[in-house]
Write a protein that binds this ligand. Structure first.
Ligand SMILES: [Zn+2]
Length: 167
């Protein structure tokens, strides 16, 4: 399942990436190559049309709180009801019948949405705190932004949060 989220749902996008779902955050620049007039650039419907085009082209499901857009893309969109991110996660998992898969979690960059690649411990030595180097053995890196990820102690907190959100 792949998602596209409208700008008000940035935090939800990050959480879906933590869960391993391909989740893009819709930006107007994503479709800046489409032909348009100057007045269209400013209009909300142009924004909505661009979002719809990307949604269909990439086979995504829209997550939004934007009512105007919901009308246009209702068959491919889920209206997110709560403003609270934990409730949002809960709603997405429940309504789309998704179960968080442990092996998919932390497989994507939270910032770029890119799939992470394994990286040798020796190669990250200079980029991570000494105690992490001493205690962790498995590292992943983002091919785009080069961030280094490891499970570490925050793993338990994240898991607890997600269990609460999905129960
Ligand atoms: Zn990245």
């Amino acid at each position: 399942m792949k998602f596209i989220l409208t700008p008000e749902l940035g935090r939800l996008a990050k959480w879906l990436r933590i869960l391993g779902y391909d989740s893009v955050y819709f930006k107007e620049s994503n479709f800046s190559s489409l032909p348009r007039s100057k007045s269209q650039t400013q209009s909300a419907s142009y924004f909505e049309r661009g979002l719809l085009i990307q949604t269909l082209r990439e086979g995504r499901v829209v997550l939004t709180r934007n009512h105007r857009f919901l009308k246009k893309a209702s068959s491919r969109a889920l209206e997110i009801k709560s403003e609270k991110v934990k409730e949002q996660i809960k709603q997405v998992l429940k309504e789309l019948n998704l179960k968080p898969q442990k092996h998919l979690m932390f497989s994507r960059c939270v910032i770029c949405n890119e799939e992470l690649k394994s990286i040798e411990k020796e190669k990250v030595k200079e980029k991570i705190p000494e105690y992490v180097y001493q205690t962790e053995n498995d590292f992943l890196s983002c091919p785009v932004c080069q961030r280094i990820y490891w499970q570490g102690s925050h793993w338990g907190n994240v898991q607890r949060y997600l269990i609460e959100a999905s129960s």
